[in-house]
Design a binder for this molecule. Structure first.
Ligand code: HEM
Length: 180
């Protein structure tokens, strides 16, 4: 796995994710402490509805809900450095390991975005405050998704490298040549 903290820092820079976002996210912690459990319940209700995802969660729903709640509260802790990045890499790899197609992760993030917006509307009384808070929420959700996607693509390259014995650089050259 060669995803690096430098890549994460670059992604944060690309999205202009900074101190103001960290403060906004901390401001949202109590809102999601109140509304987070419902979001988690709805998240797993969707996963339980489809055979591919249901099969992966049915025997351990309660423990998955607990890890999901933890994931959500970490979004609002205000610290987004190396420890955060490594934790998100671990979460990405957990999904790679169980053979979950990545597009389910992409798709279900939609529910977090929509219900996250509703939570802000309900939990932040001053309407003028909501837009920047929601923007910071979208940034951190997209950063999390980028890291998960990175673990999928890196793991696939690692698998090809180890199966073929070709170096990572050579594999990347082949990919670049093949597009021409
Ligand atoms: C926004 C998308 C998602 C988030 C934020 C998320 C979050 C998490 C977290 C925090 C863990 C614990 C990882 C660990 O520390 O070991 C986890 C594990 C897991 N997730 Fe997700 N998840 C997402 C999407 C999905 C989807 C679509 C499924 C489909 C079934 C799924 C099924 C699982 C399963 C089965 C595990 C346990 C993996 C294992 O056996 O180690 N997740 N997820």
């Amino acid at each position: 796995m060669s995803a690096t903290i430098e890549q994460f820092e670059e992604m944060k820079g690309f999205l202009s994710f900074g101190e103001a976002d960290a403060a906004n996210l901390q401001r949202l912690a109590p809102v999601f402490a109140t509304h987070g459990a419902k979001i988690t319940d709805d998240f797993y209700a969707i996963l339980a509805r489809y055979p591919t995802t249901a099969a992966l969660i049915e025997t351990r729903l309660e423990s998955l809900k607990a890890t999901h709640n933890r994931w959500m509260s970490q979004l609002f802790e205000g610290s987004y450095g190396a420890e955060y990045f490594e934790n998100r890499i671990r979460i990405g790899l957990a999904h790679v390991r169980i053979g979950l197609p990545p597009w389910y992760v992409e798709a279900v993030m939609n529910l977090i975005r929509i219900e996250g917006h509703l939570a802000i509307v309900e939990g932040v009384p001053d309407a003028d405050e909501r837009a920047p808070l929601y923007a910071s929420l979208l940034k951190i959700l997209d950063l999390d998704l980028m890291i998960i996607n990175l673990t999928y693509s890196e793991e696939r390259l690692d698998r090809v490298t180890s199966f073929t014995g070709m170096s990572r650089k050579l594999i990347e050259n082949v990919i670049n040549q093949a597009k021409n």
